[in-house]
Design a protein around this ligand. Structure first.
Ligand SMILES: NC(=O)c1ccc[n+]([C@@H]2O[C@H](COP(=O)([O-])OP(=O)(O)OC[C@H]3O[C@@H](n4cnc5c(N)ncnc54)[C@H](OP(=O)(O)O)[C@@H]3O)[C@@H](O)[C@H]2O)c1
Length: 292
């Protein structure tokens, strides 16, 4: 069963499993989204454990992914939701779980890194076999409003430090390999793109793709936190996010790994590939900027 089936990884995983002729079911919250996927689906919500238990009937392998670590009432619902899903999977007779985590998940870390570590530990103690995918930052983050200024320039918080961004279809391809071939049991895979790129590199490539100059607007981590607080995000969340951004700015995602190639037998997609695939969306997102 594929959870997060309508998300940035899940949609590609569903497409790939269909192409491969694998028997699978997608979990969706919204029936119309399930119909649009064009595969077997079950309607369920991580907030409704009974619906997850019902959806898991007959399932042997589970792809576990859900929305990120945005807080609700000061807590990250992802932790409770995924732990509950792991317990339900165990009860349903699932044998293997492929979970999307995050690079540098570790005890005591802030936000998603700490949250994923807690879920990883729960999974490892569950008695199920597991594979952990620990991706670098997603290229898809550049399709979100927070990546650009209102006038279409790149918000730059990592200074000169390169980041080995990964394209979500590559994460999906790794998950498909682990779900359909019996290997990678109880292993952790750090997934990166083929190159680590600085914000200046990214701005250069985006400029070339859009055929106009996109500059870097320096927004150091503490300034980013201040801006997020002024937009209404809880202060503790904005401050914790600044800590994570500082780690990346210090080079925590500056290296590449061979894991995508090892698992899929082909190289990971480049940022240029990503820009080509998403040019209309990127153009719309940055449209308010006058050509330089
Ligand atoms: N962004 C990054 O750079 C990055 C890097 C490393 C790791 N990660 C991790 O990647 C994961 C995915 O993050 P994302 O923001 O990219 O999410 P996403 O995959 O784009 O979307 C989340 C998916 O989860 C589903 N979902 C959300 N709440 C649910 C619920 N209560 N019950 C059932 N399904 C639910 C959504 O379904 P609907 O269609 O119904 O909303 C959607 O399919 C997070 O754990 C994050 O920590 C992100």
């Amino acid at each position: 069963m594929v959870t997060g089936a309508t998300g940035s990884i899940g949609t590609h995983l569903v497409r790939r499993l269909r192409q491969d002729g694998a028997a699978f079911r997608a979990l969706v919250r919204d029936e119309s989204k399930g119909r649009a996927l064009g595969c077997d689906f079950a309607v369920g919500d991580f907030e409704d454990p009974g619906s997850i238990a019902a959806a898991l009937d007959g399932v042997d392998r589970l792809f576990l992914n859900s929305a990120g670590a945005l807080p609700v009432d000061g807590a990250q619902p992802m932790i409770r939701q995924q732990k509950t899903a792991i317990d339900a999977a165990h009860r349903a007779g699932v044998t293997h779980v492929v979970k999307v985590s995050v690079w540098h998940a570790r005890q005591g870390a802030k936000l998603s890194q700490g949250a994923h570590w807690e879920i990883e530990e729960h999974l490892k103690a569950s008695g199920l076999s597991w594979s952990l995918l620990q991706p670098a930052g997603y290229m898809q983050n550049f399709l979100g409003a927070g990546a650009f200024t209102p006038d279409g320039h790149l918000i730059s918080s990592y200074a000169d430090s390169p980041v080995a961004y990964i394209d979500c279809p590559d994460i999906a391809a790794c998950a498909a390999a682990l779900l359909t071939r019996p290997h990678g049991e109880n292993e952790t895979f750090i997934l990166t793109g083929p190159q680590a790129l600085t914000d200046a590199d990214l701005a250069g490539q985006i400029s070339a793709a859009l055929r106009r100059t996109v500059t870097c607007v320096e927004t150091p981590p503490d300034a980013l936190a201040t801006a997020l607080k002024s937009q209404g995000l809880p202060p503790w969340f904005a401050d914790d996010l600044a800590v994570l951004v500082k780690e990346v700015a210090a080079g925590s995602q500056a290296t590449t790994t061979t894991a995508v190639h090892d698992l899929t037998r082909r190289p990971p997609r480049t940022f240029e590939d990503f820009l080509t695939a998403h040019l209309p969306a990127l153009r719309a997102l940055t449209a308010s900027s006058a050509p330089a």
